[in-house]
Design a protein around this ligand. Structure first.
Ligand SMILES: [Zn+2]
Length: 488
């Protein structure tokens, strides 16, 4: 890693902290990095940049959707499209932002965000896949870096502008207000828009992956056409998406012409697509209103999927804290004989709130056999074990899960909680340190290892392991401090 890149990475991380923390940083307040920062970014640096922005969003962005079921779904759908893209082995990560407006955006390093409004506006899974495929193409074609190079922009402010743009994409955001009032920021904000050539390329490549992945290719044109119509109606209040992805009549007719040349293909949206939408709907408004909405849907048979309408009702009843009614309703849903980790997880939650922990745990265990990849089931099972104070059972389960995914900071967090409950202080802080480190919080990770050193309940090997890990992290800390100092 060349130092100049590392330097700008650090600066960016700091600047993003400042932006999301106090919302007052303006691009012209930032130091000029000179020629070096204009150099092209390597994929590794882009990934690190994306990771640091992602960490900031996860930590400080209240609209970040911290929901393993919704994120699992987006990542499965995204992975299917990535496999059919120009870079099938590329590293991508998909996440959701809770915002009713339609938007989707690609960041450095293959991080792709999607507003929940997009998921709710899409009328089929192919439409949603069309939006994702378009964003994936922006990444595989390296449009972000090429756009920045084209404008001969100082890389750093452009990257920060991107981060601001992402945060500002939320409606009613204080960041958005700060962006609008700052003329300087307004200029960089405008430069976030991709050129028409890039848009055309993303459409073309996105279309190809959509087709290859087996989706209905008309989905792309249909969705964009609806967006454009909405944009015409609302004028200045057009979907945020249209600002960063300028949509033209020509683009839409290109998409529709391509679709006409393809053989007709009836593609059914997956159950998960409907369940995720039902969950998002059931989370909106007051709990009782959500219950009424789904009751009406079911009574009038106005739904795309009966299972999802039932699921929405059960979810809304749980929000209304009516577990007995939720239990009765989920029996109706189970009678439909559809299998999904989301339905199993909800069934287990209901049992747990009715006080029947053994039944809840049994549902989780059975569901984990069928859906071992489901993170929501993993976390839910651990919580159900915690509720029964079965920490000695949680520990080996968490260890086996960490063997499968050693980069999951949540698993380390749960492990720390388990050790804490078991009174094992060294191990508690050791696990918490790994959790912080994976979230990019080096200072806190070091602090936890110091606590682990002070704990006197470890054996010689455990203490040596803590010492060794602390030395590694301190080295990293010193390196970062040195770069920060040299960067002025
Ligand atoms: Zn675009």
């Amino acid at each position: 890693m060349k130092p100049c890149y590392f330097k700008s990475l650090l600066r960016l991380a700091l600047a993003v902290v400042a932006i999301s923390g106090i919302c007052m940083v303006r691009a012209d307040d930032l130091p000029d990095l000179g020629e070096s920062a204009r150099a092209e970014l390597s994929p590794q640096i882009e990934r690190r940049l994306g990771e640091s922005i992602m960490n900031e969003i996860r930590l400080r962005e209240p609209s970040y959707v911290d929901d393993p079921e919704i994120n699992d779904y987006l990542n499965r759908l995204g992975a299917r499209l990535v496999e059919s893209s120009a870079n099938p082995t590329g590293d991508f990560h998909f996440f959701a932002i809770r915002d009713n407006t339609v938007n989707a955006f690609a960041m450095f390093g293959g991080f792709i965000g999607m507003n929940t409004g997009t998921i709710l506006t899409a009328q089929s899974e192919s439409e949603l896949a069309g939006v994702l495929a378009h964003e994936i193409a922006h990444v595989t074609q390296n449009h972000l870096a090429r756009q920045i190079a084209k404008e001969k922009q100082n890389t750093l402010p452009s990257m920060i502008a991107m981060a601001v743009g992402i945060l500002a994409a939320r409606s009613n955001s204080s960041v958005a207000a700060a962006t609008v009032t700052s003329a300087q920021a307004g200029v960089v904000q405008a430069q976030l828009a991709y050129t028409r050539d890039f848009e055309r390329e993303a459409d073309r490549m996105g279309y190809q992956s959509l087709e290859k992945a087996g989706f209905d290719v008309r989905g792309m044109g249909d969705f964009f056409e609806r967006l454009q119509k909405a944009g015409r109606i609302y004028e200045n209040n057009a979907p945020v998406y249209l600002r960063s992805h300028p949509l033209t009549v020509e683009r839409i007719s290109d998409m529709q012409n391509r679709a006409q040349d393809s053989p007709y293909r009836q593609v059914v949206s997956s159950l998960d697509f409907h369940l995720v939408r039902a969950k998002l709907r059931a989370q909106m408004g007051k709990p009782r209103e959500a219950v009424t909405e789904f009751e009406t849907q079911l009574r009038e048979k106005k739904y795309a999927s009966p299972a999802a309408a039932n699921y929405g009702l059960v979810f809304a009843l749980m929000r209304s804290k009516d577990a007995p009614a939720a239990q009765r309703a989920i029996e109706g849903l189970q009678a439909l004989k559809v299998a999904s980790p989301m339905i199993a997880g909800l069934a287990a939650e209901i049992r747990a709130s009715l006080g029947d922990l053994p039944a809840a745990q049994a549902i989780y265990r059975e569901a984990l056999q069928r859906f071992p990849q489901s993170k929501a089931l993993v976390y839910g099972y651990v919580e159900a074990l915690f509720a029964g104070r079965q920490y000695d059972q949680a520990l080996p389960f968490l260890e086996s899960q960490l063997q499968l995914d050693f980069a999951d900071f949540k698993l380390y967090g749960l492990q720390a909680k388990t050790y804490s409950a078991l009174g094992k202080r060294l191990q508690q802080h050791r696990a918490q340190a790994e959790s912080y480190l994976l979230q990019g919080q080096l200072g806190q990770a070091v602090e936890q290892l110091q606590f682990a050193q002070q704990a006197s309940d470890g054996n010689f090997y455990e203490q040596s392991a803590v010492d060794a890990r602390l030395r590694e992290l301190r080295k990293l800390q010193i390196e970062e401090a040195r770069l920060k100092r040299n960067g002025g």
